[in-house]
Design a protein around this ligand. Structure first.
Ligand SMILES: Cc1ncc(COP(=O)(O)O)c(C=O)c1O
Length: 449
């Protein structure tokens, strides 16, 4: 049982789920689509900072942040105030039909984060998958080509266009029939499991060769390819970072053949890795960048940001009723103020602090195969045997569940990894608490081997 020293640490008062949480779970089962897969019986009632409280008064340290969404923590007072202010002034007008200043205000802020070598334009939407859909359309429109290249293990969303790119779990595609044509998947660099023994620095050269020597020669010519879409760190796929070399090589290939490089920063962006965009670490300039999740601390808004030379489509080509909603924009502007005003730097600092303490887990715990990530995007891969690297989903699930029982919220990722993506506000004391809980649960799971 965790002893709370201050309100910023978790406190579990009973076996979980408690009686009130159980009622909500039963209520939910009666009315909500069974397609949602909740990892464990966490019921949220209110949140503040990095803590979430359930209806029974248990508090949890949130290292999931609503899948990397609550970047400024739960209900940051500045975000709440911005939402209140805007809600009293104008909630909706439909930017697809009328003008309002909020849309260009947010677009200007996003453009300011982009490489200065180009002019950029922004399309505001509602969710990550909608940004992906829009980017597919824009890439096809701009190039007049239709082929798309994505990566095994990637997750880009669940609507039919984005699902055609997603290659994470077959349950996400099963029974949904024929998806978009012209999509080819190739392997993603995975240093921990690289058959060629490459390191995090140089992993992926063989994939570049596969793309240029096989895909482009045997499947479709590069001049037929509209876009390559890549997550700089695979999120749902297991928090797997691409090597910087790999991202630079993709840019080279795209430049060479007039292919759009779409970087999906839905999970990695908005300061989480210690820079505004994860692709910034590679120093590349994508053609289209996608953002959602952390951009507005939980309000539903997304964007795709494209080179002005690319975003040249005609009025009516693309639109949306809610995109750029003033209340969501207000939350996004307040979020960006906080991220740029210190939280991005905090993500780097606390991220380095945590990696300094967990980097040796593979030496200390025989079920930890790999620890990886950047900033406050931390992945832990659980294996049955470090030598064979046999994946162990069951053990991983045990660690996630037992961390929850001790008051730490994490998420599963990929087949056998755990992702930790706390709000960017966490401090070292909260980091230490999460590390301690994880170490206890990993040690406990290890004993069951
Ligand atoms: C990298 C990435 N792209 C796209 C999406 C889809 O976002 P949404 O769930 O908001 O549609 C996700 C969601 O997890 C994601 O991680």
């Amino acid at each position: 049982m965790i002893t709370a020293t201050e309100s910023k640490l978790p406190q579990i008062k009973m076996a979980l789920p408690g009686p009130k949480a159980k009622q909500v779970i039963e209520y939910d089962a009666k009315y909500i689509s069974p397609s949602l897969c909740r990892s464990y019986p966490m019921v949220a009632e209110r949140g503040s900072g990095a803590l979430v409280e359930d209806p029974d008064g248990n508090t949890f340290l949130d290292f999931a942040a609503g899948i990397a969404v609550c970047s400024t923590g739960h209900c940051h007072p500045k975000v709440v105030a911005a939402i209140h202010r805007q809600a009293a002034e104008l909630i909706h007008i439909a930017g697809t039909d009328f003008y309002h200043r909020h849309m260009p205000e947010l677009a200007e802020r996003l453009v300011a984060t982009m490489p200065k070598s180009h002019h950029w334009k922004v399309f505001l939407g509602n969710s990550g998958t909608e940004a992906v859909e829009g980017a597919i359309k824009l890439a096809r429109y701009a190039t007049r080509r239709d082929k798309l290249i994505a990566f095994y293990g990637c997750f880009h969303g669940r609507t039919l266009g984005s699902l055609s790119l997603t290659a994470s779990k077959n349950t996400q595609r099963k029974y949904f029939g024929t998806l978009l044509g012209g999509v080819e998947h190739i392997p993603y660099p995975y240093a921990y499991r690289c058959a060629l023994g490459h390191t995090q620095e140089n992993c992926g050269s063989e994939i570049i060769e596969l793309l240029e020597q096989q895909v482009f020669k045997r499947l479709f010519a590069p001049e037929e390819v509209a876009a390559i879409i890549v997550e700089p760190i695979q999120g749902e796929g297991g928090f797997i970072p691409a090597s910087l070399m790999f991202l630079r090589e993709l840019q080279r290939i795209c430049n060479q053949h007039g292919i759009m490089l779409i970087v999906d920063e839905v999970q990695t962006g908005i300061g989480r890795t210690g820079k505004m965009w994860a692709y910034d670490h590679a120093g590349i300039t994508p053609d289209i960048v996608l953002t959602a999740k952390g951009i507005a601390s939980g309000m539903p808004i997304s964007a795709f940001i494209a080179k002005e030379s690319v975003m040249q489509w005609k009025a009516g080509s693309h639109g949306t009723t809610y995109g750029g909603n003033p209340v969501c924009v207000a939350a996004a502007l307040a979020t960006l103020d906080l991220i740029e005003g210190g939280l991005m730097a905090n993500a780097k600092k606390v991220g380095e602090y945590i990696f300094g303490k967990i980097g040796d887990w593979p030496k200390r715990f025989k079920i930890v195969g790999d620890v990886r990530g950047k900033g406050l995007m931390m992945g832990v891969e659980i294996v049955r045997d470090q030598r064979t690297k046999e994946k162990d989903k069951e053990l991983r699930d045990k660690v996630v569940m037992n961390a929850f029982r001790r008051g730490l919220l994490t998420l599963d990722s990929g087949e056998n990894s755990i992702r930790m993506s706390p709000p960017l506000i966490i401090d070292e004391e909260q980091a230490d608490c999460a590390i301690r809980i994880m170490e206890e649960t990993i040690a406990e799971a290890e004993k069951t081997l």
